[in-house]
Design a protein around this ligand. Structure first.
Ligand code: AMP
Length: 286
């Protein structure tokens, strides 16, 4: 496995392979890799000839009061996981190379970025959209894989790849969970043992909402109440949002007629957990 840090070397490697008609796959990450990342990398491995994983803790997607400085970093282990999974290139650019003095451009996808995570983290999605656009420019992949774990992020990346005709196929893969349902996340290492026990409550609330829809509840506010009631059972948790949304636009629904995505974010101590669940109304109930 090659480790590439220079931007120019990354593009040169990719361009050479593209000229040889090799399919280049790409999995962007912030490192601290876990089995959710592993599943994305495995899925990518099956879809391409050459596979690039980037490890870059992107400063511009963190707010001033967020955890950039203490975001978990484990580059040695990350490289080992990439090696095990047959990754061809680990791309590890520095922040100063990515954002040299004079860097100005900001990519925004206003409608998708407004609500939910966008409201809680005002600069987050502009940082994500900008870094993803730049990484695509450097890696020049044919396809790039993202996790459904970050549902709004995946929707935003799809939109920007389409709007800007980036020529990259965006593939979104399912959420990998711990046995008790907690969505895997690099930030889960911040959870204390007590918090870790409570953390799956968010997923349980989404499951309760999905169950209500499958049982015929079409009123989105009734579904929200079902989800909120589950979270309220654990006073240590506070709800940021629990919403019933259109899976494509992420706009809140008032009535569920066919498909919905349940999006949730809760706070547990200083930690914020996000999760989501797609639900389809059974045919007989539509
Ligand atoms: P991150 O390193 O957190 O920026 O995540 C890199 C990619 O891995 C993103 O596309 C995430 O959505 C995806 N990812 C993170 N956690 C999971 C998970 N539990 N299951 C599936 N994909 C995930």
């Amino acid at each position: 496995m090659k480790i590439i840090r220079s931007l120019g070397a990354m593009t040169a490697w990719s361009e050479r392979l593209r000229r040889e008609r090799v399919t280049v796959g790409f999995v962007p990450t912030m490192g601290a890799l876990h089995d959710g990342h592993r599943a994305l990398i495995r899925a990518a491995r099956l879809r391409c000839d050459a596979l690039v994983v980037s490890i870059f803790v992107n400063p511009t997607q963190f707010g001033p009061a967020e955890d950039l400085a203490k975001y978990p970093r484990s580059i040695g282990k990350d490289r080992e996981l990439c090696r095990q999974e047959g990754v061809d290139v680990c791309f590890e650019p520095s922040a100063s190379a990515m954002y040299p003095a004079g860097f100005q451009t900001v990519v925004t996808v206003p409608a998708i970025a407004t609500r939910w995570e966008g409201e809680a983290r005002p600069h987050h999605f502009a940082g994500v959209a900008t870094v993803v656009t730049k990484l695509f420019g450097l890696v020049r992949p044919h396809l790039a894989l993202f996790g459904q774990k970050d549902y709004q992020q995946a929707a935003l990346v799809r939109q920007l790849a389409k709007d800007l005709s980036l020529g990259v196929e965006i593939v979104v893969r399912p959420i990998v969970r711990e046995q008790d349902g907690l969505a895997m996340s690099s930030r889960n290492v911040y959870l204390s043992s007590d918090e870790r026990i409570l953390a799956p409550t968010l997923y349980k609330s989404l499951q309760a909402g999905a169950e209500a829809i499958r049982n015929g509840t079409t009123d989105a506010s009734a579904v929200q109440s079902v989800m909120a009631a589950v979270v309220r059972q654990e006073p240590a948790l506070t709800v940021d949002y629990l919403s019933v949304c259109d899976p494509l636009t992420l706009e809140p629904l008032s009535i569920v007629t066919f498909k919905a995505v349940l999006l949730g974010a809760v706070r547990l101590g200083v930690i914020r957990l996000i999760d989501n669940l797609m639900v389809t109304m059974p045919v007989g109930r539509r």
